[in-house]
Design a protein around this ligand. Structure first.
Ligand code: NAD
Length: 435
């Protein structure tokens, strides 16, 4: 099939590449010329494990093309995916301006009937709105499908190639069949393709992210209570996770969720509910708990040092989670802002997000170090914000030698408090008693 993916970000680039890999002819289009020029020159704009060789192979096989020309892209494709950003508006609802701008162009340039697929995460009613926007420009019929994406950054290629499920929202059985054919190569192990109406598909995405965010805020709130009563959240995590009804995923305590999805999607669904005069009390609390959790280590650092002015803190981990360079809504950014306010100097390291940190101009506020041990030199303590694998078994003797004081604030509970005490560290973490 001839496919267009408009918006070549984390979702669009992965989806386009994987569709090319499964034998389709794909154009990935973006209005960011720099991004497209880089892709044409084999420079991949994001860090995503396994993506680069797939892009290179499919470009070489002439299955995958990059373009900034929306007119040609629309003309040459039967199925057009919209995968542009839907960031939060000032009031928290999803900003649909990018989606509708693309819809407008589709209406303007299409010369034959098309299937248009909303791949971006969009609120209920957007498929209808996209259709209306297109049909304002043309009488040529268009079918608009909602096909939310569930990939995780850091495992995006695997998630797209082997999805737990595919959700397709369409009221047209023929369109449903075409979409099914497109996805069949990815569900050969028998995972389901759920076909449902457009609105339910749109809601499915928000419901999934809202539930996952709820699990995270739930365990973080439990961890805070553990700190007050002296219980150990890690024992509790193991104790509840082995219950199959609960499971181990998304119950790791930490300094809160971030990224481009959970924060904005929780906000957006709260807003949808408010617009329907229905306050979503659970999700409002989920968001509030998360905002507080991002700052949870700050009073611990303050209490330890009493006066923080002139102190230097080393931070390990800037991306919102391991295996990605994405720093959107990352807890590290809140931590840096709060510590800066307290007059603290920061030396930070991240295995892959250093370029992103520079793009965000963080290098004007903090010192970025290309080696995690360099970040420790002369610092008063270490704060772990992202649980990168390479931070899990560090050289503790080296850490002790480089830090002015052997103090670690671990926002991801990656070390054992008892071991840390034996190694001579003052070790603070989330929801665990000091041993
Ligand atoms: P992104 O910011 O990485 O990419 C969006 C791309 O769209 C950018 O490259 C931008 O230049 C481009 N763009 C914007 N307006 C355009 C236009 N008019 N024409 C052409 N290109 C345009 O965003 P993302 O993380 O890939 O997310 C895209 C959507 O997918 C969002 O709705 C998001 O919520 C959803 N989603 C994201 C993830 C994730 O993990 N990142 C997972 C599932 C769903």
């Amino acid at each position: 099939m001839n496919i267009a993916v408009i918006g070549t970000g984390y979702v669009g680039l992965v989806a386009g590449t994987c569709f090319a890999e499964s034998g389709n002819n794909v154009i990935c289009m973006d209005n960011d010329k720099n991004k497209i020029d880089n892709l044409k020159n084999g420079i991949i704009p994001i860090y995503e494990p396994g993506l680069e060789p797939l892009i290179i192979r499919n470009v070489k096989n002439k299955n995958l093309h990059f373009s900034t020309d929306i007119k040609k892209t629309i003309k040459n494709s039967e199925i057009i995916f919209i995968a542009v950003g839907t960031p939060p508006d000032e009031d928290g609802s999803a900003d649909l301006s990018y989606v509708l701008e693309v819809a407008n162009s589709i209406g303007k340039y299409m010369e034959k009937p098309k299937i248009v697929v909303d791949k971006s995460t969009v609120p209920v009613g957007t498929a209808a709105l996209v259709k209306k926007t297109i049909q304002k420009q043309t009488d040529i019929p268009v079918q608009v499908v909602s096909n939310p994406e569930f990939l995780k950054e850091g495992a995006a290629v695997d998630d797209f190639m082997y999805p737990d499920r595919v959700v397709i929202g369409t009221s047209d059985p023929e369109v449903g069949e075409t979409m099914k054919k497109l996805y069949e190569p990815f569900v050969r192990t028998g995972n389901p393709i759920h076909i449902m109406d457009e609105i339910s598909a749109e809601m499915t995405k928000y419901a999934a992210n809202a539930l996952l965010a709820t699990k995270i805020s739930f365990i973080n709130e439990m961890a805070r209570l553990c700190e007050l009563v002296g219980a150990d959240i890690e024992s509790i995590r193991l104790g509840i996770g082995s219950d199959k009804r609960i499971g181990y995923s998304f119950i790791f305590p930490g300094v809160g969720y971030g990224g481009s999805c959970f924060p904005k999607d929780v906000k957006a669904i709260i807003k949808t509910a408010q617009k329907n005069n229905f306050p979503m009390r659970i999700l409002e609390s989920v968001e509030q708990v998360n905002e507080e959790q991002k700052k949870h280590l700050i009073p611990k650092i303050k209490n330890h040092f009493k006066n923080l002015k002139g102190k230097t803190v080393a931070i390990w981990g800037l991306s919102f989670k391991p295996k990605t360079d994405d720093m959107r809504e990352a807890p590290s950014r809140v931590m840096i802002k709060e510590l800066n306010k307290l007059g603290v100097k920061i030396q930070a390291h991240d295995p892959v997000a250093m370029e992103e940190a520079k793009r965000l101009q963080l290098d004007k506020k903090i010192t970025l170090c290309d080696d995690n041990y360099k970040a420790l030199k002369g610092a008063d303590c270490l704060v772990i914000v992202t649980e990168w694998l390479e931070y899990r078994k560090p050289d503790f003797d080296k850490i002790k030698k480089l830090l002015k004081h052997p103090v670690i604030f671990d926002g991801r509970n990656i070390y054992n408090p008892k071991n840390m005490k034996e190694l001579g560290f003052e070790y603070y973490c989330i929801g665990r008693p000091k041993k």
